[in-house]
Write a protein that binds this ligand. Structure first.
Ligand code: ADP
Ligand code: ZN
Ligand code: ZN
Length: 817
């Protein structure tokens, strides 16, 4: 008898054992996939961990359904890395696998199978079984694996579905992510019976005299296809022939023309990699050499370079050297949105050696990148991606760049694995013996501290590229402006003055407001009540555009009311303000300017974000108002003014990182100003211009911020001096969740004493009808992290055996952000 241990993509921590026959045992290797039965009727795709001949204890092993791969799709090194993630972030290896693999690799009984993007499906390219499933999908919109079983009248169907996925004939539905519909380009050709010149002439003659437009189209099409011998796109045909889409339609309806579609890979690079890599300035060149020197002694180097110092060009040089050495390169960014600008920038240098990988891609695209990386294809020598790109099957990784390393979105909060992609990349680099470069204008305290104590190398770039000055930052005291009646709406006289100047010069301005919506809170001035979300403990936000009240936590919304729901009086007032209100005020203040807004509400559509960036680059927008989306690494030429509408709501956020984050955010938004010759101007409006952080921002003093914050972290026992583990409890019943957290907290205190904080309700104590309570465990550097985690897991096990608490959900968040 032979057995295999497999890992299932589920939260259970143990491996499961199945039987295989001797052929299968000889064929199977670690990292291959098999489909296996589980429980009464479930099917999972599992990863082979090892092949052996010891039967499992305590249960009879079932046999596998089917082998799905001919070669491993996961490398041993990946499994090692994922095991580290599971151990460090206290989750199961299965949960890491679930996050790591594109879902098309992990078909299971719940998977919904739908028709794919391939529109040129030919019967002869399919086996009989494949065809049967394809045909079934012509009649119904989706299938489950069990449906496929009954259609094919056999058990082993996963491999068939897998084949169909590879051919793009079917795809799997993903609930969590926005569905990506591939771009299809429309092409036009002559119907086959008219393709010779002779027949075309006959056709032209047969068209009646007033069909001149149609004739024009046909002539143009004939000419274009003769000239280029390439497919003729419908748009270019319309343009070249000066016709409309209705003329095309008429010809298609008559059967003279035919339309067809070719899928355009969204990121297929059409141009050439023709741009020369920029020559580095003296300062950049020094930094570049320093990094290389530092890499001789350190695995990890932190590049602290002010905004617009030209960090990206330095990465480019390092990437170039790694390419020449034949190594793979991973370039990680905190957010998908940011990739757009960077991709086009890097493609100019490296052309099609770049692949992009993130969760907004279709499953098929992700599978493709996965395979290209696994097989070390030149196409995927450089991978740009968000945090999940860390899980790709690199074979020969030479360099990881973690850009904007300070960004909190590198940490995944939910679901498990709650991993920090930067920190996990450090471990990955270690496994591969590759180099890792972190870059930021405002490094996180943790990374900067690591550099200071010699764990990382540190290279500093203090000047902006091209002798551009750092922006001039001015704090505006709006308390005083209010007193002196110098405010128009939310705009101080200083801000208005600077804006007029900028608009007069034909330059652009960005306004930063850290809240979306029109106005966060509606309040009755008679009785003081504000409408609350029925599911969460937050006030609803007024969205003027839709005349709605919305909850930003659960999406609940209702029409804006005319009168107070509590007392009935029509004295509803709006307090605070959001991006939408700023936009409205701007429109009446600057009626002749083009104003746009960038926040979660205006960037929902797939290309909405890219379009806004493009219009800003093309200077079609004069003033852009937005949330912190604006702050991130964007590079614009013509922005000379940045206004921060109100810095106080950032600073007052109840979190030990709030001050550090405010500094980062304000420095980063300021950094969008004046990236070319002219010195940029930044105005920060605040009720508290004497706040230390604002002062440090205004003089660009990162070191002062760092020292002061570090001191506070030391005093109050926070990272980097203490590690923190947050334990989150959720339940529908408030009393029960409080009791549960108290029980857990007391059990922890037995051993961890005063380093257990809470139970405490977070600022928003109820979300989606579940009450939330936190415990925080602080772990001094002198205390064993491993033992502490073991202890916490032990407490969790006892907790799970208490009947009263079965409904309480417990999440453990290591290094919580
Ligand atoms: P950072 O990443 O530090 O914010 P960037 O790399 O985006 O800075 O550089 C800022 C601007 O300066 C970009 O528009 C970039 O093209 C330009 N730049 C940087 N280095 C050079 C160089 N060596 N030669 C020409 N232009 C450069
Ligand atoms: Zn809600
Ligand atoms: Zn009222």
């Amino acid at each position: 008898m032979y057995f295999i241990d497999v890992i299932l993509p589920i939260p259970l921590k143990q491996a499961f054992t199945y039987t295989v026959n001797s052929h299968e045992a000889a064929f199977l290797k670690q990292g291959m996939r098999v489909s296996v039965p589980f429980g009464k009727s479930k099917i999972y795709t599992a990863i082979v961990y090892q092949v052996h001949d010891t039967p499992p204890l305590g249960y009879e092993a079932k046999s596998i359904d089917q082998i799905l791969d001919e070669e491993p799709i996961i490398t041993p090194l990946q499994l090692q890395h994922w095991q580290w993630i599971a151990d460090y972030y206290l989750c199961s290896l299965g949960e890491v696998i679930k996050a790591a693999l594109p879902s098309a690799f992990l078909l299971q009984s719940e998977t919904i199978i739908k028709i794919g993007s391939n529109r040129n499906v030919k019967d002869e390219n399919m086996s009989d079984d494949e065809f049967l499933l394809y045909e079934a999908l012509q009649h119904q919109s989706s299938l489950h694996i069990n449906d496929a079983r009954s259609i094919l009248d056999r058990k082993n169907v996963v491999a068939v579905i897998q084949k169909l996925i590879e051919k793009n004939i079917v795809t799997v539905e993903e609930k969590i992510y926005e569905q990506y519909t591939p771009k299809l380009k429309r092409f036009i050709k002559l119907a086959p019976q008219y393709t010779s010149e002779e027949k075309l002439r006959l056709l032209l003659d047969s068209l009646n005299a007033n069909a001149t437009k149609q004739k024009e189209v046909l002539m143009t099409l004939f000419m274009l296809s003769a000239q280029t011998r390439k497919p003729v796109g419908s748009i270019s045909l319309q343009k070249k022939s000066g016709s409309t889409s209705s003329t095309l339609k008429t010809l298609i309806d008559k059967g003279i023309l035919e339309e067809y579609f070719i899928q355009k890979d969204r990121f297929e690079y059409a141009g050439e990699s023709n741009s020369e890599i920029k020559e580095l300035s003296a300062a950049q060149s020094d930094a570049f050499q320093e990094i290389k020197t530092s890499f001789k002694e350190n695995e990890i180097v932190l590049l602290h370079g002010v905004t617009s110092s030209g960090k990206t060009e330095i990465y480019v040089r390092l990437i170039e050297e790694m390419l020449e050495a034949g190594k793979q390169i991973l370039y990680m960014l905190p957010e998908i949105a940011l990739t757009t600008q960077l991709i086009s920038r890097l493609q100019k240098y490296f052309g099609e050696r770049i692949s992009v990988y993130h969760s907004k891609f279709s499953v098929n695209e992700r599978v493709e990148v996965w395979k290209n990386v696994l097989n070390e294809k030149p196409k995927a020598q450089i991978v740009i991606g968000a945090r999940s790109s860390l899980f790709l099957p690199f074979q020969n990784l030479g360099l990881i760049v973690v850009d904007e390393e300070h960004e909190p979105s590198f940490k995944q909060y939910s679901p498990a694995p709650r991993y920090h992609a930067r920190d996990s990349a450090v471990v990955l680099a270690n496994f591969h013996k590759s180099k890792l470069l972190m870059g930021s204008a405002t490094p996180s305290l943790e990374s900067y501290h690591n550099a200071e104590i010699g764990k990382y190398g540190l290279v500093t770039l203090k000047k902006r590229f091209g002798d551009v000055l750092m922006p001039d930052i001015e704090l505006v005291d709006i308390k005083e402006k209010n007193k002196k009646k110098l405010m128009t709406g939310h705009f101080s006289d200083r801000l208005l003055e600077e804006m007029r100047e900028v608009l007069k010069n034909g330059e652009q301005a960005i306004l930063f407001q850290n809240r979306r919506g029109f106005s966060p809170v509606v309040e009755c001035t008679t009785c003081g009540v504000s409408p609350q979300c029925p599911n969460c403990d937050v006030s609803l936000t007024f969205h003027q555009h839709k005349n709605q009240l919305r909850c930003h936590y659960c999406g609940y919304h209702m029409a804006m009311m005319q009168s107070c729901m509590a007392c009935g009086s029509q004295t509803l007032d709006t307090k605070g303000f959001g991006t939408e209100q700023i936009e409205t005020e701007l429109k009446s203040l600057f009626p002749n300017s083009t104003i746009a807004r960038m926040d979660q509400d205006t960037t929902k559509g797939k290309n909405a974000y890219g379009k806004l960036i493009e219009s800003l680059e093309n200077e079609e927008i004069d003033i852009l108002v937005g949330t912190q989306m604006l702050a991130k690494g964007l590079d614009f030429r013509n922005i000379s003014l940045v206004g921060v509408m109100n810095a106080d709501n950032l600073l007052n956020f109840p979190d030990f990182r709030a001050h550090e984050r405010s500094f980062h955010l304000l420095q980063q938004v300021s950094g969008r100003a004046g990236r070319t010759k002219k010195r940029g101007k930044v105005l920060i409006q605040t009720y508290n211009p004497y706040h230390q952080i604002l002062k440090q921002v205004s003089v660009n003093d990162y070191r002062a911020m760092y020292k002061e914050q570090l001191e506070e972290r030391y005093q109050y026992k926070y990272p980097p001096f203490f590690r923190i583990i947050k334990i989150v409890f959720k339940d529908k019943n408030l009393e029960r969740v409080q009791k549960a957290a108290t029980w857990f907290g007391q059990a922890l205190e037995l051993k961890l004493h005063e380093n257990v904080l809470g139970p405490e309700a977070p600022p928003v104590g109820r979300i989606k009808n579940k009450y939330i309570i936190h415990l925080l465990v602080k772990i001094p550097k002198t205390q064993s992290l491993e033992k502490t985690k073991k202890y916490i897991l032990g407490v969790e096990r006892s907790f799970n055996s208490i009947k009263e608490f079965v409904s309480v959900r417990v999440n453990i968040d290591v290094d919580s952000y």
